[in-house]
Design a protein around this ligand. Structure first.
Ligand code: FES
Ligand SMILES: [Fe+2]
Length: 343
């Protein structure tokens, strides 16, 4: 599947930028091949427009915000958040354009990030109750580009078999390669996979988890939000909860922006955020190394024979099935260079 060629994928919310980055002015971001300029208005509203001035195509992201409008750096045309041209400095009497002249997109702030949907979203941004709950803290972990398909990272999150190979140097046990099968409950646009996974408790993790046992169990409830968002809720035997939110925001067919933050029900005195990030950093780097060496055009058709499967691939196979079903419901077929789907 080539993500930029599936219009359906434009109908979801994706986190694109840390909201704090807009304090420095308008920022560019490319979402599913669409170049955007994102900015924050004086009244606190967030805006996303096509990053192309209607006059001579200059990048609005190189401009600035003035009186609630984004100003093009080339000749100063100013646009509001709907793309209406409010002012043309060379024609002071012209008044605002009757219609928007630059395309605008839905834009909103949640969890400290700016989210964008290119077309009418099929589902809201998920509500996670930990946000704002004093029993939990939110730790921003990663915001970085990866050279792999968004789907590869999503599938990896639900693939318990990779833990014991990819993460053999951090918490996996290469001598125990066959992971427990999760039980999966599906909805229309999401599923939850539950499993209990025994893992090594490294010295570093003993401190982060405040648990001295050599082996611990991760009670996992992993939620996939179609297409490229997941919530990994890990509960340890001590009652500690480590809830990782990861988005693989699609930039291009072969590139995504990884946005990751976590919630914890302990305190900075129990485990400093820097140590928690350091462990997750090492684990994530192990995934990145492998995933960047995969084919970005993931075949969704499980019977194509292009990729073979094993029983532990069940969550990833369900992800393919749900994506194909949704495409079909919207009259779309999978776009790929591997094979041709009859419409
Ligand atoms: S190109 Fe933007 S005002 Fe001329
Ligand atoms: Fe992993």
């Amino acid at each position: 599947m080539l993500a930029t060629r599936q219009p359906l994928l434009r109908r979801f919310w994706y986190p694109v930028l840390p909201a704090s980055s807009l304090e420095e002015g308008p920022q560019p971001f490319t979402l599913l091949g669409q170049r955007l300029v994102i900015w924050r208005q004086d009244d606190g509203q967030y805006a996303a427009l096509e990053d192309r001035c209607a006059h001579r195509s200059a990048a609005l992201s190189k401009g600035w915000v003035d009186k609630g409008a984004i100003v093009c750096p080339y000749h100063g045309w100013a646009y509001d958040l709907k793309g209406v041209c409010l002012r043309i400095p060379q024609r002071p009497d012209s008044g605002p354009s009757k219609q928007p002249v630059v395309k605008s997109f839905a834009c909103s702030e949640r969890y400290g990030y700016v989210w964008v949907a290119l077309d009418d979203p099929l589902a809201p941004i998920p509500d996670w109750a930990e946000e704002g709950d004093p029993a939990y803290r939110r730790i921003d972990q990663f915001y970085e580009p990866w050279n792999c398909a968004s789907f590869r990272l999503m599938e990896n999150s639900f693939d318990n078999a990779h833990i014991h190979f990819v993460h053999r140097n951090t918490f996996g046990d290469i001598n125990d390669p066959n992971p427990p099968q999760p039980t999966i409950e599906r909805d229309e646009l999401s599923f939850v996979a539950r499993s209990d996974v025994p893992v090594f408790n490294t010295e570093e993790q003993k401190r982060n988890l405040r648990d001295d046992s050599p082996v611990t169990i991760r009670h996992i409830a992993a939620t996939w939000y179609l297409p490229f968002l997941r919530r990994l809720h890990i509960r340890y035997p001590s009652g500690l909860e480590h809830i990782i939110i990861t988005a693989a925001t699609p930039v291009a067919d072969d590139a995504c922006q990884v946005v990751q933050f976590c919630f914890r029900n302990d305190t900075e005195a129990d485990a400093p955020a820097a140590n928690i990030i350091a462990f997750d950093r090492r684990v994530t780097a192990e995934d990145k190394e492998v995933l960047e060496a995969t084919d970005h055009d993931v075949p969704m058709d499980m019977n194509s024979g292009i990729e073979k499967h094993m029983p532990s691939d069940q969550p990833g196979l369900l992800m393919r099935r749900m994506l194909l079903e949704l495409l079909a419901r919207h009259g779309e077929t999978e776009q790929t260079r591997h094979y041709h789907h009859a419409a």
